[in-house]
Design a protein around this ligand. Structure first.
Ligand code: TYD
Ligand code: MG
Length: 453
């Protein structure tokens, strides 16, 4: 940190610190994100605490039986690693309007129904606005209190007085500490706020949810700045035009990451989607060329989704290829493999690949389904509707094994699929599963024969 000068420059996107202004952040490559801020002095109580510092051998550290509190949503409990841990600090990030305030208010409702004392602190909305949202969600008990404030000192005092079990801060970017001179939402303020809440959470054993907006313009510091300071980071994603929302665990000190929870936004708040596969496959065309079903793993959970492709002769010098939900480079690579190893003349074709439902999938296991959708559309041959495919495709056109094949097959069977096409090397290790035919393939040249004549 630059000493003596009194100010430093922070990247508002990732929190990178520099003594000079820079056009582009060397860490996150964001342009024009540097803002000058006053240097924050280390808080004095660190020095006081140094007196009582002592080291302990690991064998002598005792763990208090860590109690998990259910938040009333199974989907969220799973993402949290089995419920809320007392005294943890959880960051919920996401685009504005995605539903962060809604889900946290619903969590407050569920917790207050269990008789727990909950405090919802908003720096963005008035009590009336929160009450209006609450009325849409349902009826609330008495153990939930609201507080509209942005000053960290006042909030600390109120938490001390109220002694709640769970606190929600909506949002961390509106909070400010008086000792920091920069504006609310700046890197120093957001760090100061998070630090304060971390001390409250750890010191008093209160579970705190922090809401953080993701911003692209770098007007306020994004949640990335805080990721390393909190225990758990959850991101709320989803297409604002579609009604489903995905809650993704990005970091979790108390559970595994890469778990997702699926929700649907309704008139009365968010509702859990217990069977996302069914949800994703709703309205799927039967007997249409270019439409196949794939299975992708999201953490420990298989999700079936529909992959669509439209391949047609191009009138352009450079054929147009676009993707929604899948990676464009991956699709281009798969088309090159199909051209060279499969003998399909796709070089002069436009291709549009879409993962229905607006969900974004990057797992290589959907390669086989993308390739099958492309071939099905190109050859105008239909993949029988009861078929599901998964497998990774290599550059030699080989179909490679993927992890957790059995779970994927079981999920397909649960949803009534009759045939599962998977890598030959996976088929060998698979136990007999009744009611579903298993077809192992080892090369892209075999895909066409799976389609209806
Ligand atoms: P909100 O929770 O305010 O988003 P955030 O806090 O992430 O900015 O969610 C706002 C959106 O959700 C808004 O567009 C309206 C919609 N919504 C519903 O569709 N149904 C509901 O019951 C509620 C409360 C909100
Ligand atoms: Mg909000």
């Amino acid at each position: 940190m630059a000493k003596g000068k009194g100010t430093v420059f922070f990247c508002q996107n990732c929190g990178y610190e520099s003594s000079k202004w820079m056009g582009q952040c060397p860490a996150c490559k964001e342009w024009n994100s540097f803002v000058e801020e006053k240097v924050v002095k280390a808080s004095p109580n660190t020095r006081a605490r140094r007196m009582e510092a002592k080291v302990t051998p690991i064998t002598e550290v005792s763990i208090n039986e860590c109690e998990r509190i259910s938040v009333g949503f199974q989907e969220l409990d799973r993402v949290l690693g089995g419920g809320l841990v007392k005294g943890s600090l959880i960051l919920v990030g996401g685009d504005p309007g995605i539903g962060k305030s809604t889900i946290l208010l619903q969590v407050c409702k569920n917790l207050s129904e269990q008789g727990r004392k909950v405090l919802y602190i908003s720096g963005e909305e008035s009590m009336e606005q929160i009450k209006m949202r609450a009325d849409r969600i349902g009826t609330f008990g008495n153990s939930l209190s609201l507080f509209c404030e942005t000053s960290l000192t006042l909030i600390e005092e109120v938490i001390d007085g109220e002694k709640p079990e769970v606190v929600v801060i909506d949002s961390v970017q509106t909070m400010y500490g008086e000792d920091v001179s920069s504006a609310p939402g700046s890197v120093s303020q957001v760090r100061e706020a998070t630090n304060t809440f971390m001390q409250i959470a750890k010191g008093k054993g209160i579970t705190i949810f922090l809401v953080g907006h993701v911003t692209k313009e770098g007007v306020v510091a994004g949640p990335r700045v805080l990721e390393h300071m909190v225990d758990t980071v959850l991101y709320f994603e989803g297409d604002r035009h579609a009604s489903y929302r995905i809650l993704r665990g990005v970091k979790n000190r108390f559970g595994s990451t890469n778990e997702i929870g699926v929700f649907e936004m309704q008139q009365t708040g968010l509702r859990e989607v217990e069977n996302p596969s069914e949800f994703m496959l709703e309205g799927r065309p039967k007997d249409a060329s270019g439409s196949v079903v794939a299975c992708s793993m999201e953490g420990s959970r298989p999700i079936l989704l529909e992959v669509q492709a439209l391949v047609c002769q191009s009138n352009l010098g450079i054929p147009r290829r676009t993707t929604v939900g899948a990676e464009l480079n991956r699709v281009n690579q798969l088309m090159a493999v199909l051209e060279k190893r499969g003998g399909f003349h796709l070089g002069s074709c436009d291709a549009y690949v879409n993962i229905a439902g607006g969900i974004r999938m990057v797992e290589p296991a959907i390669d086989l389904a993308i390739a099958a959708a492309i071939i099905s559309s190109y050859k105008e041959r239909i993949m029988p509707p009861g078929t599901i495919l998964f497998g990774e495709i290599g550059l030699s056109g080989e179909v490679r094994a993927v992890s957790m094949a059995e779970q994927r097959v079981r999920e397909a069977k649960k949803l009534g699929f009759l045939r599962c096409v998977l890598p030959e090397s996976n088929r060998k290790g698979l136990p007999e599963i009744e009611g579903i035919e298993i077809v192992g393939i080892s090369s892209v040249t075999e895909i066409l024969s799976l389609c209806k004549a």
